[in-house]
Design a protein around this ligand. Structure first.
Ligand SMILES: Nc1nc2c(ncn2[C@@H]2O[C@H](COP(=O)(O)OP(=O)(O)OP(=O)(O)O)[C@@H](O)[C@H]2O)c(=O)[nH]1
Ligand SMILES: [Mg+2]
Length: 187
């Protein structure tokens, strides 16, 4: 039996940007309109990625701002981060540079992905795709706009984070298993 690789991914971002919604869409394929601020949620998800079995631990954190004191526990042993803003709030976007600096300083973790959630709210857009892409370029990380509501780019976000993690462990890592429609399979 092939070994199961354990990887831990943590989501960070301002209150209400959709960290819980993104996580629940990925783990359980559900979406709720109601907003309940998170205290802390841990999830686990088994999947196949690039021909290997993985068990992901996903940490859905309570919302942060520039001034939040990040507990060491939250960041402990995280292999990769997903930074989330919502395209409908400039403020949720502007605070991410400071938050990212704090997390890198505390944890040293660099595998990361930037996502602009709520891409379905085009009429309330405050952050352009180009602004998101420019920030990701400055971080040298992948960028997606996504929608937990419409299930757009949600699994891509997690698989891209996994790819960044594997690349940080082995710079020669390459996705070799081309899929019919994807490199990954949820199990
Ligand atoms: N239109 C739309 N609404 C969304 C989307 N994702 C989340 N929401 C809504 O935004 C609100 C906040 O979502 P949450 O997932 O609870 O946000 P959060 O980042 O976990 O919030 P905290 O736990 O307080 O940090 C909820 O009412 C969700 O239904 C999305 O992709 N599109
Ligand atoms: Mg939440």
């Amino acid at each position: 039996m092939s070994q199961c690789k354990q990887r831990k991914i943590t989501l960070f971002g301002f209150r209400g940007v959709g960290k819980t919604a993104i996580t629940l869409r990925f783990v359980q394929d559900v979406f709720g309109e109601n907003y309940e601020p998170t205290i802390e949620n841990n999830f686990s998800k088994k999947l196949k990625f690039n021909g290997e079995n993985y068990e992901l631990e996903i940490i859905d954190t309570p919302g942060q701002d520039e001034y939040t004191a990040l507990s060491q526990n939250l960041i402990l042993n995280t292999d990769g981060c997903i930074f989330v803003y919502t395209i409908s709030s400039k403020n949720s976007f502007n605070m991410l540079n400071i938050l990212r600096d704090k997390i890198i300083e505390k944890s040293g973790v660099t595998p990361m992905v930037l996502v602009g959630n709520k891409s379905d709210l085009e009429e309330s857009r405050q952050v352009s795709i180009q602004e998101g892409q420019n920030l990701a370029n400055s971080w040298k990380c992948p960028f997606f706009e996504c929608s937990a509501k419409e299930n757009q780019n949600i699994s891509q976000t997690f698989f891209s984070t996994l790819e960044q993690i594997e690349l940080s462990i082995n710079p020669n890592f390459r996705i070799t298993q081309e899929k019919k429609g994807g490199t990954c399979q949820l199990i």
